[in-house]
Structure formats: structure tokens, C-alpha cells
Design a protein around this ligand. Sequence first.
Ligand code: S3P
Length: 443
Amino acid sequence: MATKGPNPAPSLRELIAGGTLSGTVTVPGDKSISHRALLFGAISEGTTTIDGLLPAEDPLSTAACLRAMGASISPIRAGEIVQVEGVGLDGLQEPDDVLDCGNSGTTMRLMLGLLAGRKGRHFVLTGDSSLRRRPMHRVSQPLAVMGATIQGRDAGNFAPLAVQGQPLRGAVIGTPVASAQVKSALLLAALTAEGSTSVIEPAQSRDHSERMLRAFGADLEVGGELGRHILLRPGRSLRGQTVVVPGDISSAAFWLVAGALVPGADLTVENVGLNPTRTGILEVLEQMEAKIEVLNRRDVAGEPVGDLRVTHGPLKPFRFGEEIMPRLVDEVPILSVAACFCDGESRISGASELRVKETDRLAVMARQLTAMGAEIEEHADGLSIRGGRQLHGAALDSETDHRIAMSLAVAAMLAKGNSSLARSEAAAVSYPEFWSELERLRC
Ligand code: S3P
């Protein structure tokens, strides 16, 4: 544990500055793939077996919602195979209570698509205070074009949301933001709609749903320029599959940046998913001239995977914008930490989506890194960071966001003097072992 001495409050963690990192780490299963394996398994015929499912709070929220509607899912425990007994495409029952999506935007948005077409059944979805502030119009409005009835505050924008299951019709839908959550919600709704559905994205977002739906037997085609156009024809039932979940590159990102920044570090991160719609972080680290080697490239159950070795070395500042954003959207907080330790100015633009994540990640990173002495300017759609200043230890706060908690842990290691981190337990949303792994790798 990164904690030293008794903690004044359970979630206030002392972060010790200094030291280096060395060894091998296996990051937990990919969060996006874990949600999808549970969801698609639940609406398949027969059994789905999931190896490497992420045993963290977000997928547990998805599993709890599915169980409440009649899917049988074995206990989700680290290192154990999970079995899902599917109920078929239209077999989910009306739950006798509100469905709680916790902190998980993926759970809520994909559930809206899944439930909109369950004729004659009524569902109410809610979540924690962060999720109840996140915009759901991006899903409820295109679903309304297909005939969905979703009601809630601000005309169906904010949870709690009530879904009155309706017969849906296929449609051609252009999504205004490149969002895999929106795309996946529409594809889930399309599975039982009358007629085919086309989803056209402004840029390709992560394609785990497309890969997995096809593997489960859906009639789905990906086309258009750079895979931006997805066509789904309904009528085929899904069949239970064996899913092997690779490690999450978004969790690996903390070790990759820490390994590149911390003097003397040498880390190997094993079994990392390298789906090209997710590897923007590697493109930016390459631009920074970080020393990263990809070893043992292989394909596991339809997803590319490899081991990544990172060693410390001098880093160049970076610039990136809208084009790369869908491939690294969750890695912006840790990259803003990396920018603080490069000589020169780094610039992140085209990142306004960060403002509607678990927190407003541009504002929170600017606030927290400024408290450590960083020179950082916030823009409407990004950040400018002048690196090279010595950061100092400070009273930090994750502000309830898992990726902020872990990003600040890396910054604190490189600061002069120790820091404290309030609400550090947020990391459990995607990486429950993060704090113990940090302590294990530290030397
Ligand atoms: C996710 C998609 C991304 C990402 C989120 C997980 C998914 O969100 O930020 O952590 O599993 O589909 P958007 O689709 O809103 O970009």
C-alpha cells in the first residue's frame, strides 16, 4: 500500500514521493470488453464463459443490473472464470426495483439501448451523483428516432431515467460525437428493431462491440471510410461464446507513463489489449520518444494483445488534437501528468468530451496539478502545460474520479515532498489492486 502510518480517514491516502519502479505487472481485464461480454452473454442463447473479466465496481454494476432482470451470472472474483446464462434477445424481465448503474456511464448508456426495445416492460435507471449529472441525450435522442420512449429530467437527459419498452424500427443515424457508448447502445437496440440500422460516426470509436457482436453471431458489417459506418441487420439470435478479456490499456497507461517518467524505472506490463482503436497513448508516447518496446504480439479471441516494456528516459513535449481523441480519450489525465515532466510546452486540444466524463477531467487535472505547482492553462477544449518545473507535494483530491486518483499517484511520486490524496478509493471503479500494485513495484 502507498499508505504510511494510520490514515486519518479511510479514503485519505498518503502518497510518498521518490523511489523508483521495477518489475512485471499484469493489469486487470479491459473494462469496455468486460461490460460487453456480460451484456452480450446475457442476451445470448446458452452459456457465455468469460476469462479475465475485470472484477471492479463498473462491471459489477452491469452484472447487478442484468441479474435483476433474470440473467444468471456466476460470482465475479479476481482470477475466476465467470459464466453467464443468457436469456435470449428479448428475454430480460421487468425488474422489481430501480437499476443502479453506480458510477458507470457505459452501463447506463448500453442499458438504455438494450432496454428501449423490450416491449411491455418498464425500467428505471439511476446512478451515483456523478452519473446523474452526465448527459444521456446523446443516447436517448437517437434511440427516440428508432421509436424509444425514455423520460427523465431535462427531457430525458439526466438520470434517473424511465424506459418504457417499445417496438423499435431500424434507422440511419449519424452520431454527432465519436462515442463507443452511443454506437453500442444503438447497435443493441438495432438487434431487435424492425429493419436494419446504420450507425455513422464522425470518427471511428473503439470497436469492441462490433468485434464481439459478430463473434456472437450478429449480422453486422463495418464499412465506410476508416470503419465509420456500421450496418446491423436484425433477425439472428446471439449464441453464447467463450470470451478472453485482455488487460486494459487504459489501466496499463498509468504504468507506461510512470515507467517513462520515474528515474531508474524498468517495468513490463503483460497481456495488454492493443486494439488499434485504443492505442493512441502509444502514439503519443512515441512522439515523446519514450522507451517502449512491444513484445510477444499475438491475437487473443479476436483482439490484438502484447506485452509492453518501458524504461525511463528523457521525454519530449507533445501536441495532439481531435483526430486522435477517440483512441486515447481516457488517457488524457495521465498524459497531462506526463506533460509536467517534459521540458517545453505540451498542448492538448479537441478534448471537450473530457468535461462530461466521471468528472470534468480538464478542470480537475488543471486544479489538482496547479496545487502541486504545475504551470497549466485550461482551455474550453484542452490544456496547455509548460513542463519542467519541480512539482511539490500537496493535499490532493481525486474528486471521486478513478483515473484522476491514479494519475495523481504518478505525479505525487515525482514531486518534492509527500502528498495526501482524498477519495483515493475511487480507483476501485476500474483498478481495485492499483494501490497495492504501486507498493509492490516500488523500490
Ligand atoms: C467506453 C467508451 C468511452 C470511454 C469509456 C468507456 C466504452 O466513452 O471514455 O471509459 O466502453 O464504450 P465514450 O463512448 O463516451 O467516448
